[in-house]
Design a protein around this ligand. Structure first.
Ligand SMILES: [Zn+2]
Length: 218
């Protein structure tokens, strides 16, 4: 089995998102940045930023309409949040197609009922799980995350164990870089990590969409 690593960054911090994109680009990789449809300004990027980063080849993923915990509200309300999220992305993000997108739950919190609805509207979903290693092309993707302090050491342990395993699709959910966001990763750690991973023939670092829908060149 291949070893595929998806290291995504949630919430859409403007400064961190541009920096993340630059670090991935420096290693010839595409970043996976998951943004909240209604968050813009006050340190968060806006659709112009997301369309610009998308045009540079990065995946701009779905991280809810307004970051409500959908496991804590009535199902009908949760469905309206999912619909509004889908519609806002369709209206604002160039090339967006929910049939090829992952819905990344806020707080990685979900219920079986809301998951079922999300999978009727999006190709896949990402939520919390006992394992962060998934079958390649899973539609119900489980991930790990670590905070509120810096996540370098935790992720390093996770990725080291994964590289020694028989493989699969490791999905880790980061947020900002350095001093921004919950459980941030250091820019220097990310840079060194990617340099290390791209040298390994049996490892691919990919945004989620490229795992689910491999581009023709892959
Ligand atoms: Zn979030």
């Amino acid at each position: 089995m291949p070893h595929i690593v998806t290291l995504s960054f949630d919430d859409g911090f403007m400064r961190s998102s541009y920096r993340t994109a630059e670090v991935f680009e420096a290693h010839g990789l595409r970043a996976c940045i998951n943004v909240v449809a209604s968050w813009c300004g006050d340190g968060f990027g806006c659709w112009d930023d997301w369309n610009a980063l998308r045009a540079r080849g990065h995946e701009i993923g779905v991280h809810t309409w307004d970051h409500t915990n959908l496991a804590e509200i009535p199902l009908d309300d949760a469905k309206r949040h999912v619909d509004r999220c889908r519609d806002d992305f369709a209206k604002s993000l160039e090339g967006f197609n929910p049939a090829e997108a992952v819905y990344n739950f806020a707080y990685n919190a979900s219920t079986p009922e809301v998951e079922e609805y999300v999978l009727s509207q999006f190709h896949a979903l990402r939520t919390a799980g006992v394992s962060a290693v998934n079958p390649v092309r899973a539609r119900r993707i489980t991930c790990w995350s670590h905070g509120p302090e810096n996540c370098d050491a935790f992720f390093d342990q996770v990725v080291s164990e994964f590289l020694m395993s028989s493989g699969g699709w490791l999905v880790f959910n980061g947020h900002g870089l350095d001093d921004e966001g919950w459980g941030p990763m250091s820019t220097s750690y990310l840079d060194n990590l990617l340099a290390r991973l791209v040298r390994l023939d049996h490892v691919a670092v990919l945004p989620a969409r490229d795992v689910l829908f491999p581009p023709p060149s892959a």
